[in-house]
Design a protein around this ligand. Structure first.
Ligand SMILES: Nc1ncnc2c1ncn2[C@@H]1O[C@H](COP(=O)(O)OP(=O)(O)OP(=O)(O)O)[C@@H](O)[C@H]1O
Ligand SMILES: [Mg+2]
Length: 255
């Protein structure tokens, strides 16, 4: 049995505001279901709540209201996450992967083969004994994917994994994401690069100011977005002047 689907039921997330002592709503009444196999891309302007949503999904923060439901109880053991800036320990590339394997109780006897396999798949085999922190940004991000891949997760979360990478490094990461997808890992990622969302997304969640304004198959979203803010976003319009709008057009997702 798989850990998917993942269901959000009227999920809200509030963070305390130092200035007013009131809780600020940052994720507002979100309900959706994410099925296995499809690559899900979460898009929206800066500050829309993409990273917070991913952190909620991955259990790094807890909802203030509503429910997050996985199909299986121990879902956390079947997930991995790759962040925008790779977080590497001060040791070699291989040792970084080994640390994750040990933490996840993978038997020592199996570790060397797994490490070799994922370093090969990510094109980093020659860097096995390189200190992770001296590797280039793009290499470190591939190493972050290798480390996640080593755990054979059912679900991989990626938060803007190529935001600071050049086109060639971006392409390499996208290939790896697709390779994991083809091996059966559910991909849930954020991006504010529309080209990337088109290339990688099977379905799109469009967020704006903490609300889910549209959830649609990628082709439909890019050809015929229902929400007017989503239309503006796709056209490349700036959205700051449209504050508060968008709740009107898509009553299904906007309250
Ligand atoms: N702990 C916190 N306390 C207060 N506000 C927060 C906290 N975490 C996030 N926020 C605010 O919540 C909003 C959404 O943040 P989030 O990082 O999810 O945006 P994002 O869509 O990922 O943006 P970006 O594209 O810039 O990465 C932002 O306005 C941010 O300032
Ligand atoms: Mg973010």
């Amino acid at each position: 049995m798989t850990v998917l689907p993942l269901q959000f039921k009227n999920v809200c997330y509030k963070a305390p505001s130092k200035a007013t002592d009131e809780a600020m709503p940052l994720i507002k009444d979100m309900s959706f279901t994410l099925e296995p196999t499809k690559r899900t891309v979460i898009i929206g302007p800066n500050g829309a709540g993409k990273s917070l949503l991913l952190r909620l999904c991955h259990g790094l923060i807890q909802p203030s209201d509503g429910e997050i439901v996985w199909a299986k109880a121990n879902a956390a053991q079947h997930q991995a996450m790759v962040f925008q800036r790779p977080v590497m320990l001060r040791r070699t590339a291989a040792a970084n992967i080994q640390y994750a394997l040990t933490l996840n109780k993978v038997p020592k006897a199996d570790q060397a083969d797994i490490i070799d396999d994922v370093l090969t798949k990510t094109g980093l085999r020659r860097h096995a004994q390189t200190q992770a922190r001296v590797m280039s940004f793009g290499e470190q991000q591939r190493l972050a994917i290798a480390r996640a891949w080593a755990l054979k997760p059912e679900v991989l979360f990626l938060d803007e994994p190529t935001a600071s990478l050049d086109p060639s490094a971006t392409h390499q990461i996208e290939e790896l994401v697709n390779a994991m997808h083809q091996q059966g890992t559910k991909i849930i990622m954020t991006s504010h690069d529309l080209g990337q969302a088109k290339r990688l997304g099977d379905e799109i969640l469009f967020l704006h100011r903490g609300r889910l304004l549209e959830h649609a198959p990628a082709e439909q979203f890019f050809n015929l977005p229902q929400n007017d803010l989503a239309q503006a976003f796709i056209k490349g319009d700036l959205l700051w002047w449209k504050r508060g709008e968008g709740a009107r057009k898509n009553p299904k997702h906007s309250r």
